[in-house]
Design a protein around this ligand. Structure first.
Ligand SMILES: Cc1cc2nc3c(=O)[nH]c(=O)nc-3n(C[C@H](O)[C@H](O)[C@H](O)COP(=O)(O)O)c2cc1C
Length: 345
């Protein structure tokens, strides 16, 4: 189905195409979800594995950014994702950067974006999830929310911004991800330094003491800084690391293709894997591997590098939701082994 509509979608501006798909899918409601479930049914994985206190139901999760405001929160588990990360949301609703701000590179299976955390705010998402849960929605997979800093909040008041969002979301999420790694909010990545990050983690924990906390890191940190940060986060007792966000490097793109923003997709895969491998060798935190994952081989390579599970975004834009069914099918035997190994341990 996606293969049929993709040429049409790819004639549209990438962001317009994205909005059309989100709106159209949301409009299909329960019928759409039932059809998705039917389609992905044969590849649904049984059992779960523990990732930082979460019962994850498959190796492949949805990465942050694709559904910032949780408009399709109920759909993603039916697509076959084993965990779902909504957001990034910020304490204040904000429009993000001026358009155009999303660019496709089909030849390289890549995207560049400088969205700048366009979102309706953490309060709106907390209300939406609260309404869904009150109406009886009991998702089969962990639903997390990725929180970032509002653009209007000065860096020296960043902790408060994260704390406001964490407080609002705490009771309606299965985990929170602290995002200090987007390249599109001025100064945000400065918060990756050990001291600031520690304050943010402490602040979030003070209002969400029982909520698993993950931290998402940038691929552009140098390796020693990544190691130091991971060791500090392990000492802080966070639940896991998510590696990585988009990169400001331009692996595989020519100068002629240059636009400002963060690069994702296939060209990021090698650096993301390298970081997963580095992190898994310097700390014992579970790692969610993200970056350029689009095939069974890519997932296997991430798992071999030390990730417990993966997330993806860009590959969904190029291959559609059916990709998740195909990945789950291709990973079925490794998944079974993993579930059995965990039971035995
Ligand atoms: C258009 C777009 C928007 C994104 N927005 C966010 C975001 O709001 N928060 C976040 O943590 N990551 C965001 N990301 C990064 C993805 O979650 C992911 O870390 C990155 O794209 C690498 O994975 P991929 O190669 O599978 O896309 C975004 C990525 C894209 C392409």
């Amino acid at each position: 189905m996606y293969r049929l509509i993709r040429p049409l979608l790819f004639r549209l501006d990438p962001e317009v195409a994205h909005r059309c798909v989100i709106k159209a899918t949301a409009m299909t409601g329960p019928l759409g979800r039932a059809m998705l479930k039917l389609r992905s049914g044969s590849s649904q994985l049984s059992g779960s594995i523990d990732v930082g206190g979460l019962n994850v139901k498959g190796f492949v999760g949805l990465a942050a950014g694709l559904d910032k405001d949780g408009e399709l929160a109920k759909f993603w588990p039916e697509v076959g994702f084993g965990l779902v990360e909504l957001g990034t949301v910020t304490a204040f609703a904000q429009p993000g950067n001026p358009r155009p701000r999303l660019f496709r590179y089909p030849r390289q299976s890549a995207l560049v974006n400088r969205m700048g955390f366009n979102n309706a705010g953490s309060e709106a998402l907390a209300h939406r999830l609260d309404r869904l849960r009150n109406a009886g929605w009991n998702p089969s997979v962990p639903i997390g929310v990725n929180i970032g800093k509002s653009r209007v909040t000065p860096l020296d008041q960043a902790v408060e911004d994260y704390v406001i969002s964490a407080k609002r979301l705490n009771s309606v999420v299965d985990y929170l991800t602290i995002n200090v790694s987007s390249p599109n909010t001025p100064g945000l990545r400065k918060l990756q330094n050990k001291d600031d990050l520690k304050f943010i983690v402490d602040g979030v924990r003070s209002v969400a003491p029982d909520c698993p906390i993950f931290v998402k890191l940038a691929p552009d940190m140098d390796n020693p800084s990544l190691e130091r940060t991971a060791i500090m986060l392990e000492q802080e007792g966070v639940s896991g690391l998510i590696a990585t966000n988009t990169t400001t490097e331009r692996y595989g793109l020519s100068d002629a293709d240059h636009v400002d923003g963060g690069l994702s997709g296939k060209p990021l895969a090698s650096r993301a894997r390298e970081i997963v491998s580095l992190l898994s060798s310097c700390c014992r935190l579970p790692i969610v591997g993200v970056g350029g994952v689009g095939s069974v081989n890519d997932v296997n390579a991430m798992l071999d590098a030390g990730a417990k599970v993966v997330q993806l975004y860009t590959a969904m834009i190029f291959d559609g939701p059916d990709l998740i069914r195909r990945l789950n099918q291709g990973l079925m035997s490794r998944w079974k082994e993993c579930v059995e190994a965990q039971k035995a341990s």
